[in-house]
Design a protein around this ligand. Structure first.
Ligand code: PEP
Ligand code: MN
Length: 346
């Protein structure tokens, strides 16, 4: 439920609404906005009797939020959420961001070389995994914590922001200490205890859609993060399992406008895992930007044929450079622009 205050309502009036909500046994979140302040009420399973709140001084209206993903919904917050990252990079505003890098962090040379090439092409965020969720326990599992050191070095050298995946609560602690964005991968989208930890880690979260998750399930998982007080959440469409084996996953382009309609959270597209095929990544990345995605995540490696994971879906540096040229044109055509890398290390 959302209690919308009148324009010009006083701080005391807002505070009174908060204390009545708390007396009723629920949690209150005041949300100052450009036009007016609203107070969110959560902690209820069913409908709350609003009569006590409607009559309080300064209250304009009480809105019952019908969606189960309450704080994530557009009813709760009509304006888009703009996640602010270090260096003035934003996700969810007019800018479109590109995050790129190798699937797995492998060696210092590979990480630094990847960082240089993706920055040169126009990415603002370096993304690579120190911990990899692999289907087989015998496949390369990632470098672990030493991988984070390599990312820190790449950031120092290039000024790129860092996004990397955490697979368990310890990982959330280590990743949130160093990275600018903590990624929760598809396989962990419904790891609810991990989501609670991530919701308290104090860093923006990139939440990927589960392999067979519906859009509503994705939004409900995001609700776990907001319910813990983390409002800096970026969603990611990365394709879902389908009956067709022509592509690794079925890249659900429609999810982008559907999520934008249902939620104020930004959503980016990952056509690398979405298609699994290098030559399909480029057209689907272009399509995602045209469909309104707030960014793209693309796997790029200096030598994809030597990659320790996901080589077949990984772009060569010159392919990524060309893709970024095209993405700039598409973004401009729909009134957006691509966030450009900071001058650090240039
Ligand atoms: C990844 O982003 O490297 C990854 C493992 O993707 P997903 O969780 O979407 O499978
Ligand atoms: Mn990968």
């Amino acid at each position: 439920m959302l209690i919308v205050m009148r324009h010009g309502a006083t701080a005391d009036e807002v505070q009174k609404v908060v204390s009545v909500i708390e007396e009723m046994g629920y949690q209150a979140t005041p949300m100052p906005g450009a036009q007016r302040t609203a107070v969110g009420l959560v902690g209820n399973d069913g409908r709350v009797d609003a009569s006590r709140l409607e009559g309080l001084p300064g209250v304009q209206e009480v809105i019952h939020v019908s969606k189960p993903y309450k704080q994530v919904s557009r009813e709760w917050r009509p304006e888009p959420t703009v996640v602010k990252l270090a260096g003035g990079v934003t996700v969810g505003g007019t800018e479109v961001v590109a995050m790129a890098g190798p699937c797995s962090l492998e060696t210092e040379r590979q990480v630094l070389e990847s960082a240089r090439v993706v920055k040169e092409a126009g990415a603002v965020i370096l993304r690579g995994g120190a911990w990899k969720p692999r289907s087989s326990p015998y496949s390369f599992q990632g470098l672990g914590r030493p991988g984070l050191k390599l990312l820190a070095k790449a950031r120092e050298e290039t000024g790129l922001l860092i996004c990397t995946e955490a697979m368990d609560p310890d990982g959330v602690g280590w990743v949130s200490e160093m990275a600018d964005i903590v990624q929760i991968g598809a396989r962990n989208m419904q790891n609810f205890s991990l989501l609670k930890v991530a919701g308290r880690c104090g860093k923006p979260i990139l939440l990927k859609r589960g392999i067979s998750a519906t859009i509503v399930e994705l939004l409900l998982s995001a609700e776990y993060l907001l319910a813990e007080g983390n409002y800096d959440v970026i969603l990611c469409e990365r394709g879902v399992r389908s009956f067709d084996t022509m592509t690794r996953n079925l890249f659900d382009l429609t999810a982008i406008p559907v999520v934008h309609k249902l939620s104020h959270l930004p959503i980016i597209a990952d056509p690398s895992h979405g298609t699994g095929l290098r030559d399909k990544v480029i057209p689907m990345a272009r399509a995602a930007i045209a469909a309104g995605a707030d960014g793209i995540m693309v796997e790029v490696h200096p030598n994809p044929e030597d990659a320790l994971s996901d080589g077949a879906q990984t772009l060569y540096p010159d392919q990524f450079t060309q893709l970024m040229r095209e993405v700039r044109i598409i973004a401009e055509a729909i009134g957006r622009r691509v966030a450009e890398p900071a001058a650090v290390g240039a």
